[in-house]
Design a protein around this ligand. Structure first.
Ligand code: SAM
Length: 347
């Protein structure tokens, strides 16, 4: 193979990634890994459970062998390859990866890609072009998709929440309000670490319902309130600590300023806020992959809802402009990535 052919193949590989992502998502939706956990089966046997179109299923399974999820040890008999084993939901890793497949490769995230050129030309989010709705309104209107997004976010927050709960002393606080708290993962880990505190998950109505379910499962719902609202309009008062994780990065400066102004109005001088988000670093902490992830994230967030991953100088301007000051910064390890935490005090 010439160098040019190798380069072309690399690009074609990149271009074909879209169908691979969808094959993985579909394998998860159809529970293929769980159905093959007991050993090889034919397409016909699988289809008796799935109730699909036999020829299409057979071709789908062969496509899954092409991308390394499955093997075909004998004609028309399919078995899990090592990659496919990793999708079994009876394993910790498989259950996690399955949630990522359903959330990250679902239409809510995926269809935005069709409009990336529009993003570049306008500098505006394109959820309305893709769905006729703003990004989070799309999830609110599509219960299954919304729940999958929420579960994926909770999963992405798990390591960070555990790291924060062991690093930061939540003991002195009585009531912690998590703004845009999703399915309650962060608040759950905090309440576990600080047994005398209570908390509030503040989010959109559909999402706080997911938080209630999760925190009931965790046995923590009796120490939590679930408050539905719109952080662009108003935030609940009465917390002596507020947390806000991976929320402000979703929005442009104007929206961030409005959310922070609402937080200022809801709080009294001295109230503390933990802003947990990403900071665009100059040197990516020596981790090139992490920097690439931030570049991708920053563009994707612009496409979704107008957001941005900000430098510390950009964060500082917004925070101070809204009447808060940064009293401390810390970095939480959550390999292979990490989270930045800005501790703010309301002036
Ligand atoms: C990227 S998720 C972060 C969730 C959670 N903080 C975490 O880190 O896992 C953003 C959250 O903001 C919520 N959200 C979006 N728009 C909102 C609004 N106008 N008012 C309240 N919550 C909103 C979403 O429902 C979602 O749970």
């Amino acid at each position: 193979m010439t160098a040019d052919q190798a380069t072309a193949e690399k690009l074609i590989d990149m271009i074909m990634n879209y169908s691979r992502a969808q094959l993985v998502r579909t394998a998860v939706e159809l529970n293929i890994a769980d159905r093959l956990a007991g050993g090889p089966r034919t397409a016909g046997e699988l289809n008796e459970e799935i109730g699909g179109h036999l020829d299409a299923l057979s071709r789908f399974l062969k496509a899954c062998t092409a991308i390394g999820l499955l093997e075909e040890p004998e004609p028309e008999r399919f078995a899990l390859a090592p990659l496919g084993e990793f999708l079994r939901t009876d394993t910790h890793a498989g259950s996690a990866i399955s949630k990522v497949a359903l959330g990250a490769a679902g239409p809510g995230m995926y269809r935005m890609g069709e409009y990336f050129t529009e993003v570049v030309m306008t500098g505006q989010p394109v959820a309305k072009s893709a769905f006729g709705l703003d990004f989070y309104d799309y999830y609110a209107a599509n219960a299954v998709e919304g729940a999958r997004f929420g579960q994926m976010m909770a999963l992405m927050t798990h390591g960070c929440a555990e790291a924060l709960a062991t690093t930061f002393d939540f003991g002195p606080y009585r009531k912690i309000i998590d703004i845009g708290g999703g399915h309650g993962m962060l608040l759950s880990r905090i309440l576990e670490a600080a047994p005398h505190t209570t908390g509030v998950v503040f989010d959109m109505p559909e999402t706080v319902a997911g938080a209630r379910t999760y925190m009931e499962e965790q046995g923590l719902a009796d120490r939590a309130e679930f408050v539905a609202g719109d952080f662009h309009s108003e935030l609940p008062s009465g917390g002596d600590l507020y947390t806000i994780k991976t929320v402000l990065c979703d929005w442009d400066d104007e929206h961030v300023a409005r959310i922070l102004a609402n937080l200022h109005r809801a709080t009294t001088p001295g109230t503390e806020v933990l802003l947990i988000d990403w900071i665009m670093p100059a040197d990516a902490y020596g981790n090139k992959d992490f920097l690439i992830g931030l570049y991708l994230g920053s563009f994707n967030m612009l496409a979704q809802s107008g957001g941005k991953i900000r430098t510390l100088a950009e964060w500082t301007a917004l925070i101070e402009g809204a009447g808060f000051q940064i009293s401390d910064t810390l970095t939480l390890p959550d390999p292979p990535t990490h989270w930045d935490v800005l501790r703010l005090t309301r002036r």
